[in-house]
Each structure stands twice: as C-alpha cells, then as structure tokens.
Design a protein around this ligand. Structure first.
Ligand code: FMN
Length: 187
C-alpha cells in the first residue's frame, strides 16, 4: 500500500493533483491523507516520546503514525511556501520524530536519534510552486526521507505559475514517471 500525504489546504490545487497522479500511475493500492483534514498539532519538543515511547498528543497524527508504519511506500507532497514546505508538512515531519521512540524498527547508528521504523520504504517527494523556490521545499522533504533511512526514489518540482498543473502535460507525465518509479522500487 502506498501512502500519499498531501500538505496543501487546497483540495482542487496543484499539489493534490500531482500526488493523485503519482498514486494512480503506481497502479497499486494506495491511500491519500490530506493533512488539512486530520487535526494535526505541532511538535512541542517536550521529548516525552523518548521516555514514554509515544507522543502525548492524541490527534490526527495518532492514526497517521499507524498508516506510516503500515504502508509499503510513501509519497509526500507539499506546496512551496516561501521556498519551503507548508506548515502542515513541517508539522507532520516534526511530529514524526516520535516514530523513532516507539520501540521498534531499524536501529540508528547514533543511539540518541532513536530507531528507524520507516527504514527502506521507498519514498518520493514533490512540490508545486508558482515560480521560484521549489528546491528548498524538495530538499527539506528529502532530508526527512533520509533521516528516516527510507529509500529515496525521486522528486518532482512542478512550476505551474498561478495556473492548473493538470494542463501541463510534461509535468503530469513526470508525475506518472515518478509513480512508476516508486512502484518499481516496491518490488
Ligand atoms: C504562503 C504562501 C507562500 C508561497 N510562497 C511561494 C514561493 O516562495 N514561491 C513561489 O513561486 N510561489 C509561492 N507561493 C505560491 C504556491 O507555491 C503555489 O500557488 C502552489 O501551486 C500552491 O500549491 P497548491 O496549488 O497545492 O495550493 C506561495 C503561496 C502561499 C499561499
């Protein structure tokens, strides 16, 4: 199962269209989670996850942790905001620090960094942008993927102006290629 995570608040927007295209092209079971829908709190940096083995917050992330652990691959999409990921995606990534302290998963070489329950899962990242700065958003998500020791299979930065990315054949074709790549990496 491929888990799509979309950090755009616009259901009709470009980021969602791209994540959906990637999942469709992968041609296997998938689920798309819109972070805007799941009541996602901020990481407070309290480190209770280190001592208690879970995040103290009971919110949308509680269910998403399970989905992240259970999935076979992941596609993360963020709109590019100020050359970075959206706040929703940043919160999802920050809250995911607790995954390393749930008591299972591949050990990190550095003990204080906890374990790596997402290790080796194929992961792709994408970002939609009007004009400039998409590299920053992609880099941040790539760092998240690498921190979790996931298998980074590729990225897509989609420059779409203020228009609809669905009308950009080359970009949509890149999204389909990314979907096929992630499917290949799952085998
Ligand atoms: C808060 C905010 C910050 C943005 N920052 C940038 C930016 O740094 N560079 C850019 O070209 N577009 C920027 N944009 C435009 C979005 O990247 C663009 O509209 C993108 O398609 C949004 O994704 P969506 O269609 O999924 O909502 C910004 C938009 C918002 C709302």
């Amino acid at each position: 199962m491929i888990l799509g995570i979309c950090g755009s608040g616009r259901k009709e927007g470009n980021t969602g269209a791209l994540v959906e295209e990637v999942l469709k092209a992968a041609g296997t079971e998938s689920e798309l989670v819109w972070l805007i829908d799941i009541n996602l709190g901020y990481c407070t940096g309290c480190w209770r996850c280190v001592s208690e083995g879970k995040c103290w917050q009971e919110d949308g992330m509680t269910e998403l942790y399970k989905k992240m652990i259970d999935c076979d691959a992941m596609v993360i999409g963020s709109p590019c905001y100020y050359g970075e990921v959206s706040g929703l995606v940043k919160s999802m990534m920050d809250r995911s620090i607790a995954l390393g302290y749930m008591g299972f998963g591949k050990e990190s070489e550095t003990p204080m960094h906890g374990r790596k329950p997402l290790a080796d899962k194929p992961a792709a990242v994408l970002s939609a942008v009007a004009g400039h700065g998409v590299e920053g958003a992609l880099k941040t998500m790539e760092k998240f993927v690498n921190y979790g020791e996931m298998n980074f299979v590729g990225k897509l930065g989609a420059i779409a102006g203020m228009g609809d990315v669905r009308e950009l054949d080359d970009v949509m074709s890149e999204a389909r290629a990314l979907g096929k790549k992630i499917r290949e990496a799952m085998k």
